[in-house]
Design a protein around this ligand. Structure first.
Ligand SMILES: Nc1ncnc2c1ncn2[C@@H]1O[C@H](COP(=O)(O)OP(=O)(O)O)[C@@H](O)[C@H]1O
Ligand SMILES: [Mg+2]
Length: 258
């Protein structure tokens, strides 16, 4: 009697799996077959030297770029994001490096850009400002202690407050994954600590996060899983508890191979 091997159990914890992702800009091969696995409720960190391809990979996941090749599975189903809107429809929200906040609008208006709530019907419909303000306050919620009133203009906010607003907006709308590209790169020590608290709060709520960071201590403090990129490829993956700053540096520079 022959026995067929049992199929490998599906890893139902995997929320996103990207494999063989390629992307070129003219002659620049930014991604040469990168891969990434994210598990539900975990913080996955993406690290690598400048130019390794981190931002390009997350832009492929957030619909800003379309990969030249490879496959993205969300919840086990193949997805293709023709635009950032399509990625958002799948619950993926991104905090871009430039934050994408409108300086001259208030915090609550920024929360609702492109998703304005209206009341009334047809020609009599109007913006429901009261509801949007209340909902913005909810979205900021307990995310940060140092939060500005939702009626303040973004122009008046500090770097850390802007970052907190961007993260709260992404987390508020996301139903699946929040991606953050270098959320503390431009911040001082105190503001970095505040933003890290915002990230920890989300993590404790079970939000699935992808964190791009240069800061190894931060990565080891905040993440469960670390993916290392070098020259357009994912060269290693580690559990945060099974690695060290020294090992991550060696993997990033290529002093150590996977
Ligand atoms: N829009 C673009 N046009 C041309 N080249 C780009 C573009 N975006 C990224 N690149 C190039 O792709 C490579 C990877 O960049 P990037 O993904 O921004 O790296 P990282 O975020 O890891 O620093 C770099 O060589 C960069 O110059
Ligand atoms: Mg980048």
């Amino acid at each position: 009697m022959t026995t067929t091997p049992a199929p490998a159990p599906a890893d139902t914890d995997v929320l996103l799996s990207a494999t063989g992702i390629t992307k070129s800009f003219g002659g620049v091969h930014a991604l040469r077959g990168a891969h990434l696995t994210m598990r539900r409720g975990e913080v996955t960190a993406l690290i690598g030297d400048n130019g390794a391809g981190k931002s390009t990979l997350v832009r492929c996941l957030s619909g800003i770029h379309q990969p030249d090749g490879g496959e993205i599975l969300l919840d086990g189903k193949k997805v293709h994001f023709a635009s950032p809107l399509k990625a958002r429809e799948h619950g993926i929200e991104t905090v871009q490096q430039n934050l994408a906040l409108v300086e001259d609008l208030t915090v609550w208006q920024n929360f609702f850009i492109g998703r304005e709530l209206t009341k009334g019907v047809g020609p009599f419909s109007m913006l429901d400002r009261k509801k949007m303000k209340a909902q913005s306050l909810d979205m900021l919620g307990d995310l940060a202690v140092n939060i500005p009133p939702v009626t303040s203009r973004v122009r008046r906010l500090s770097g850390g407050q802007r970052q907190a607003v961007s993260i709260a907006r992404a987390a508020g709308w996301s139903t699946s994954i929040v991606i953050m590209d270098e959320p503390t790169a431009a911040l001082g020590v105190q503001e970095t600590a505040r933003v890290e608290n915002v990230i920890k709060t989300l993590r404790d709520k079970g939000v699935t996060l992808l964190l791009i960071s240069h800061n190894f201590d931060q990565v080891l403090r905040l993440s469960d899983h670390v993916a290392v990129m070098r020259r357009g490829l994912t060269v290693a993956e580690r559990r945060a508890t099974d690695t060290s700053g020294d090992e991550l540096v060696a993997l990033i520079t290529g002093a150590k191979e996977s």
